[in-house]
Design a binder for this molecule. Structure first.
Ligand code: AMP
Ligand code: GLY
Length: 420
């Protein structure tokens, strides 16, 4: 079949890498793609936020299956457009993607189905929000309701910080995303990510992961989109996964269907685990990035069969075939990230690294220029390896990191420490 993947990051490189290995794949196109993706698929520079453009492209290229990587096209209704045009699609409708696009919507769903999560309140004006913070005290968490590229959450350790966040949000720092604000209880514990495929009715867990959000070793410094990840997440034991399915994920799926907006795609549940129980931090309507890279490394070609079963509504017949293995990915970012960084420096040493079923450098922000690979993003490479143990995967990944010659890049040296 002919397959189109939307997106341009390491997540989409990993999806393309897994899909490409499946014999069902004939033609594989990624839009817009990047320099690493171009080594295994065709890239097409189209506007992936326009449903009409994507549908026309699918028709012109006889696309049988569309896989939507990032949240922006989901929130823009691209899955609605392709489904309406009769194209098999992996990814939720805009209405269902509100589980990521609106924090207060998710909180309403949790309340409606009694899913455990932090206590919360919603505000559209500063004065009552300030009064609520004064009443509850710190630590407390302030969130812009809408999509804010991962920057709309302030975990305030003092009341002053929380009040400053209120001023920023109602002062327009996050634009329309901050017109509504959710304030919630601070949850202590350890975070882990749980990935579940659902076709709207059936649900199939496809793996767990943990990422490292802070830029510096030892989880210090500013927040990022994720500096590395590993799978599985040992903190998310079978018992906790079962509790999360029974109390959070399945009730959410049923509530979305009951409202007439069934969720179809991957549900990424961010969980906070404390005293052997999980509570929901947030949902995302897509695979995590870089969590997807470690999931794909472990799933390989079967990922396509699972995504197809999800899109075709037959997840009740699908199964995940697990190897008892571990995968770990190290993000190499441009110096300066998550602040200002320069673009255009040349990355060397990639050609000499073997690409196998147990080691891959996924590209997140690269462009090919005059035969060289140049850095064009903040997070640039995802150096990913698989091993019989997490320690082995980690050693392999860092050996690959050390073989890459890119002085303008940096990475954390401790990815996986929590689990090792
Ligand atoms: P979110 O965008 O909702 O995932 O929030 C970003 C990060 O903020 C999460 O990954 C958590 O580390 C943290 N966070 C969000 N909500 C809470 C909460 N209620 N308690 C503690 N930490 C939180
Ligand atoms: N790595 C976190 C995310 O994809 O949201």
């Amino acid at each position: 079949m002919n397959i189109l993947i939307l997106g341009s990051g390491g997540r989409e490189h990993a999806l393309a890498w897994a899909v490409k290995q499946n014999p069902k794949t004939d033609r594989l196109i990624v839009a817009p793609g990047n320099a690493g993706i171009a080594q295994l698929a065709e890239c097409a520079d189209i506007d992936i936020l326009s449903g009409a453009t994507v549908v026309t492209f699918c028709e012109e290229n006889a696309i049988d299956f569309v896989i939507i990587g990032p949240e922006a096209p989901l929130a823009a209704g691209v899955a609605d457009a392709t489904r309406a045009a009769g194209i098999l699609t992996f990814g939720p409708s805009a209405a269902a993607a509100r589980l990521e696009a609106s924090k207060s919507f998710t909180k309403d769903i949790c309340d409606a189905c009694a899913a455990p999560t932090a206590a919360w309140a919603r505000f559209t004006e500063a004065a009552p929000a300030r009064a609520y913070i004064a009443q509850k005290g710190a630590p407390i968490v302030v969130k812009a309701d809408g999509l804010a590229a991962g920057k709309g959450v302030i975990v305030a350790m003092t009341e002053a910080e929380a009040l400053a966040a209120i001023d920023d949000m109602f002062g327009g720092e996050f634009g329309a995303a901050g017109a509504e604000v959710v304030i919630e209880e601070f949850m202590a514990g350890e975070e882990a990510s749980f990935f579940i495929l659902t076709d709207g009715t059936n649900a199939l867990p496809i793996g767990t992961a943990q990422d490292h959000k802070r830029v510096g070793d030892g989880d210090t410094g500013p927040n990022t989109g994720g500096m590395g990840a590993y799978s599985p997440a040992p903190v998310l034991t079978d018992a906790i996964a079962a509790q999360a399915m029974a109390e959070i994920v399945l009730p959410t799926i049923r509530e979305m269907a009951r409202r007439g907006t069934p969720y179809q795609g991957v549900l990424y549940a961010g969980l906070m685990i404390e005293n052997g129980r999980a509570r929901l931090v947030e949902y995302n309507a897509r695979f995590g990035d870089p969590e997807c890279q470690v999931l794909m490394m472990r799933l390989g070609a079967q990922a396509l069969d699972l995504l197809l079963a999800c899109a075709e509504g037959r997840l009740d017949q699908a199964q995940v075939h697990w190897a008892e293995d571990h995968a770990l990915t190290v993000v190499i970012a441009a110096r300066g990230y998550p602040g200002a960084y320069t673009k255009g420096s040349v990355i060397k040493g990639l050609d000499a690294l073997p690409e196998t079923s147990s080691q891959m450098v996924f590209h997140a922000g690269t462009t090919a220029k005059n035969g060289a690979i140049t850095a064009t993003g903040g997070r640039v490479l995802n150096v990913t390896a698989r091993g019989a143990t997490l320690a082995e995967a980690q050693a392999k990944a860092y050996a690959m990191v050390d073989a890459i010659d890119w002085p303008e890049g940096f990475c954390r040296r401790d990815i996986g420490w929590r689990a090792l």
